[in-house]
Write a protein that binds this ligand. Structure first.
Ligand code: GN1
Ligand code: MG
Length: 383
């Protein structure tokens, strides 16, 4: 079906304040397809984001939407209690004419729609340390809002998503199968990643043994998954909630650091440009710990920098696995893109190994500062 007809038909299945006028694709994320749709009721115009869920990745999209609706309602409740409003700070989903928060058909696939948050921007690269501080605060608050949400009631939308040990197993399998015939070109990359395979246990073991707690986490805290207000430059809303499920605070901290403390694109070919900016790291750490209102345990604080390194490592493993499998998971625009992505993440791993001491120092410093600050404040009150 022609794209315009398809989107028009999908839009017609939702309960919305107006009719389809036009749409444009939004280039966001490597998994789902996203469109901005303009509607009109004859007097006013309205903007909605429509997303086609990639059901190869999210095999049970019904449960994905269940999770998202429950979690966004929970966050709205807390925002109403503390601030009296949640406007522009949490996603609001439209219902289909059948009353479900999605529409699906064999021809169109699986779709959802939410209100577009106007006058806000998602950056692929954090323009400044202050923006990254703000991102940290927003991702930290996201965990705070969900501390009293029972993690065991959430569906695991992608099983073992951040189980780095299983990611390494899948990598070894991809090496053994060499499906795309690319193994011969990636000796050095394979050596680099396998030489660190033992570390893949660190977070998995800490969670399983109860050394650090399972929490409700976002699990995909790439810097472009937080919206900034264009006027104030404050982080206002955390988006892309498909992977909200039980996890570790280290994942959310780590994925944001590996994506946001680096001023280069994920597929930057010039590795001289790829490094973890320690000042950005410092500001993010400050924001994240502040945002959580000192919720994190001493052990989590101690392990935050390991989270950052592990998320870069895990993603390098995932990108190279996909490269070896013939680019079947992540969206690619050109051949070799997954290999370039592997390189940037490897460079970040190596760089963080050098900066580990400084990274640990900041986490402890801000944990101490905010522990004092939030010692006597009720959990959700702003300090
Ligand atoms: C994917 O769709 P997007 O871009 O938000 C991926 C993340 C990776 C990221 C790397 C469900 O996220 O895990 O970190 O690409 N999401 C999924 O850019 O696999
Ligand atoms: Mg995503």
């Amino acid at each position: 079906m022609q794209q315009k007809k398809l989107i028009q038909s999908v839009v017609s299945h939702f309960v919305l304040p107006g009719d389809y006028v036009e749409h444009q694709p939004i280039r966001a994320g490597l998994i789902n397809q996203t469109y901005l749709v303009i509607l009109s009721d004859g007097e006013s115009t309205y903007k909605y984001v429509f997303q086609k869920i990639n059901t190869n990745v999210f095999k049970d999209p019904y449960h994905v939407m269940d999770n998202i609706i429950h979690v966004t309602e929970h966050i709205k409740k807390h925002m109403l209690e503390t601030d009296g409003t949640y406007s522009r700070r949490v996603l609001s989903f439209a219902l289909s004419k059948d009353g479900t928060p999605y529409f699906e058909s064999p021809e169109a696939g699986f779709w959802r729609a939410y209100e577009f948050i106007d006058n806000a921007f998602a950056y692929n690269i954090a323009p400044s340390g202050d923006h990254f501080f703000e991102a940290g605060r927003a991702f930290g608050e996201f965990q705070l809002y969900l501390t009293d949400y029972d993690a065991t009631t959430l569906f695991e939308t992608i099983p073992d998503f951040h189980n780095t040990v299983k990611r390494v197993e899948a990598f070894r399998e991809a090496i053994a199968n060499d499906k795309a015939g690319r193994l011969k070109d990636v000796d050095a990359e394979v050596d680099f990643l396998l030489s660190r395979a033992d570390e893949a246990h660190l977070i998995v073991d800490a969670l399983e043994s109860g050394v650090i707690p399972y929490r409700v986490t976002h699990n995909d805290t790439k810097i472009n998954n937080v919206l900034f207000d264009n006027d104030t430059d404050k982080a206002i809303c955390v988006i892309d909630l498909d992977t909200v499920m039980p996890g570790s605070s280290l994942y959310d901290f780590g994925d944001a650091v590996r994506s946001g403390a680096c001023a280069a694109a994920e597929d930057e070919p010039n590795l001289d440009k790829v490094e973890m900016d320690i000042e950005k790291y410092r500001l993010f750490t400050k924001g994240f710990i502040k945002g959580t209102h000192s919720l994190l345990t001493e052990k989590e604080i101690e392990m935050l920098p390991i989270g950052a390194k592990m998320m870069a490592y895990e993603l390098a493993v995932r990108f190279l696995t996909d490269y070896l499998n013939g680019d079947v998971y992540f969206h690619t625009d050109y051949s070799g893109q997954n290999l370039l992505r592997t390189h940037t993440q490897m460079k970040l791993v190596a760089d963080m190994e050098k900066k580990m001491d400084a990274m640990q120092g900041f986490a402890k410093e801000y944990a101490a500062k905010y522990a004092e600050r939030f010692a006597n404040t009720p959990t959700f009150a702003e300090g």
